[in-house]
Design a protein around this ligand. Sequence first.
Ligand code: 1CP
Length: 352
Amino acid sequence: MTRRQLEGAPILDAAAGKKPTRTPVWFMRQAGRSLPEYKKAREGIPMLDSCFMPELLAEITLQPVRRHDVDAAILFSDIVVPLKAAGVGVEIVPGRGPVMDQAITTRADVDNLPILDHHVTEVAEGIRIILDELTGKQALIGFVGAPFTLASYLIEGGPSKNHEKTKAMMHAEPETWHALMRRLVPTITAFLKTQVEAGIDAMQLFDSWAGFLTEKDYREFVLPYSVEILKEVDGVIPRIHFGVGTGELLAAMGEAGSEVVGVDWRVPLDVAAERIHALNGPKVLQGNLDPAMLFAGPGVIRSEVARIKAEAARAIEAGHATGHIFNLGHGVMPNTDADAITEAVRIIHEED
Ligand code: 1CP
């Protein structure tokens, strides 16, 4: 396919370090349970089944774009979709998250983990439907989970509070750990290639739980594999890299190679930019409104948005960053009022 050329799409301009026509904004988890139309569309369909239904995944991806006037769609999928497509036994349990049929505990489990070796045609077809409906100013962001965050679900067997089995394997059986990382990289890369070849305009690498690690462990056990994945699309589409609670890891995560670094709400953007800049030179920032602020009313949202924009502007002025894509510091919470999201987007687009 020939990739669409989006002239003046605010999010792509910002990602490229150019001045956008308005502050670009999208929200992590903008598709999903905060929207009544999502609940209706998904009724009776298991989460992971819906990720393999081209028309349905396209519809759910487009719902928040139609409703909120955000500058990008995020592909409706999940970080475990490539595992499922490879034949790994995994389901998404409502109210909980991804749960594995069998946790990975031994080297033999690692060696038997299936590798994705084909295009996920259902997702490629869904992407084509989405691109047909988006305007030339609205980007489609694809995504994959990073090897560390995926490994945590595989080793813990499901969502984890402390990631203790994952860290234990890293330290007690480093060879098994590295073998698992090496086995996950091709699966993640294959799923990313499916999306890129189908025409996504940008991508985000979610290493959601990387913030649980020390910088030393992150560098030794995680970073080289995230580097490999991001390298696959170097110069092809803009790359965003994000994790939660990664204040201490921002510089190291910047080294993974993305153009854009996502920042959670705990660190002001100008402080984050200083940390990233110190080891990487200036990059584009993404973030970082606390998702809880969407419950606090328009007055609070307006002042928080002004603070965040001012911090981004300070970072750019200081030469520590080259742009800013507005987002939350983590995903939209499921019980968020959909109208509060629309209002927040309106406020973010104000005064530009
Ligand atoms: O708008 C969107 O962003 C929707 C697309 C999307 C994305 C980007 C979904 C659908 N999942 C994800 C990525 C994802 N999945 C991440 C990285 C983003 C993040 O940090 O939030 C992670 C960690 C997962 C794993 C996962 N899947 C969880 C978290 C569990 C835990 O450990 O706390 C959950 C709850 C899911 C299920 C899921 N994925 C997506 C939706 C809409 C849901 C809810 C299921 C439902 O509606 O029944």
